[in-house]
Design a protein around this ligand. Structure first.
Ligand SMILES: Cc1ncc(COP(=O)(O)O)c(C=O)c1O
Length: 396
């Protein structure tokens, strides 16, 4: 018997994460000795701040190396609620909070806990790649809301309203957005909340990049009075504190939903790593000064990337207002007919120029690629020179 025939049907509802695939392809070339410039990884290039690392070392020394509560220690859950309160003026308590193995796991748990087969989930395009697979895995139906590059890829309440049906269970908002860097205005976010709460539709706000905003102060829709009943927050320490490998995320939601998610987690991963949880307490309660330092550096890089991309004739790009991604429209490169979409663009760019970018197909558009500028200025300059050369070559 063929092993593939034995694989459960629900696995075929999900696909390999495109960002992971790009990372694997780039890594393979690198191992073969190629000089690869990697714009694929959505990962800060800064080290985790020393105070956070020290808290983990102290935890090890104190033998804090055993199981904790499946949903995370009370200490960390309280620290997360305190930080969210300080940053955004919310008022969650530890029974409305759980710690997860990264923000992705919070989203997975939330969607599995909320979405029944046939339930509709509204996802604005371009979207972070994981949402659609996790919804499909739950048997839900993704309802994609197209946004327009000419209006900064911003989704509006009116656009969402046109897609609501009696089966709509959940709306997912990611502001700042991965991949476009678009940021919802407070007013629009509130309008979306008003729309969903009136109809008892859940609003999942993915706050993974909430501290990395270039124009506005950080904002959480969960700070709107009364919003706790229908708003569910997915948070992550990965980007804010450059802790991607530590795998600590969290969810803030009504207690019954946290209970359902914790039950699921208790039968899958159990608790997130005990040592990482202690480090996370320090991240939440310790000095926050590394965050503005990273933000200032991302701003410098963003401005550089924008300038370089805009110097390539025919390439357009929306100015990212947050996160650390640029999402240029590279469809000018299709004119020669030698490549037809962003998937072919990304494959050829990697093969010919050894630059890794993520094709827009991963995020629901075909004319764009995602460039992560969470990498050094030297790498950005080297890689963007190659991108320029590649596009000019297609024009010749
Ligand atoms: C939009 C968005 N949400 C959530 C995550 C999850 O991050 P993590 O699982 O590392 O906390 C990511 C990571 O890239 C992301 O881009």
């Amino acid at each position: 018997m063929q092993a593939t025939a034995e694989i459960a049907g629900r696995i075929s509802t999900i696909s390999v994460s495109s960002t992971m695939k790009v990372a694997a392809d780039a890594e393979k070339l690198r191992r073969e000795g190629a000089d690869v410039v990697d714009f694929g990884a959505g990962e800060p290039d800064f080290p985790t701040p020393d105070n956070i690392k020290k808290a983990a070392i102290d935890a090890l020394a104190a033998n804090f190396t055993k199981y904790t509560n499946a949903g995370g220690t009370v200490e960390l859950r309280e620290a997360i609620c305190e930080r969210h309160r300080t940053d955004f003026g919310t008022n969650y308590n530890s029974s409305e909070c759980m710690v997860t193995v990264g923000g992705k796991h919070a989203i997975f748990n939330l969607i599995q806990a909320l979405v029944n087969p046939g339930d509709e989930v509204i996802i604005p395009v371009p979207y972070w790649v994981t949402y659609k697979d996790v919804v499909n895995y739950a048997g839900g139906v993704c309802i994609f809301v197209e946004t327009d590059e000419n209006t900064g890829f911003e989704v509006t309440a009116a656009m969402i309203e046109r897609h609501l049906t009696p089966r709509t269970k959940l709306v997912i908002i990611n502001s700042p957005s991965n991949p476009s860097g678009s940021v919802l205005s407070k007013e629009e976010f509130r309008a979306i909340y008003n729309l969903t709460s009136k109809r008892d539709i859940f609003l999942l706000t993915d706050e993974c990049y909430c501290q990395f905003l270039y124009n506005d102060p950080p904002f959480s829709i969960a700070s709107v009075p009364g919003s706790k009943e229908t708003v569910v927050v997915a948070g992550s320490l990965s980007k804010t504190y450059s802790m991607t490998g530590w795998r600590i995320g969290f969810a803030l939601a009504p207690t019954p939903i946290i209970g359902a998610m914790t039950k699921l987690q208790s039968h899958s991963t159990s608790n997130p790593t005990s040592i990482a949880q202690k480090a996370a307490v320090e991240a939440m309660r310790g000095p926050q000064d590394s965050v503005p330092v990273m933000l200032a550096e991302y701003r410098r890089r963003r401005d550089f990337v924008l300038e370089r991309l805009r110097s390539i004739s025919g390439v357009s790009i929306v100015t990212p207002k947050g996160a650390f991604y640029a999402y240029p429209n590279i469809s000018v490169a299709f004119k020669s007919g030698r490549i037809k979409n962003s998937l072919e663009f990304a494959n050829e760019l990697l093969a010919q120029e050894k630059v890794a970018v993520v094709p827009g197909e991963a995020f629901g558009t075909t004319d764009h690629v995602r460039i992560s500028y969470a990498t050094s200025m030297t790498e950005l300059a080297r890689g963007l020179d190659r991108v320029h050369k590649f596009i000019d070559g297609l024009r010749a």
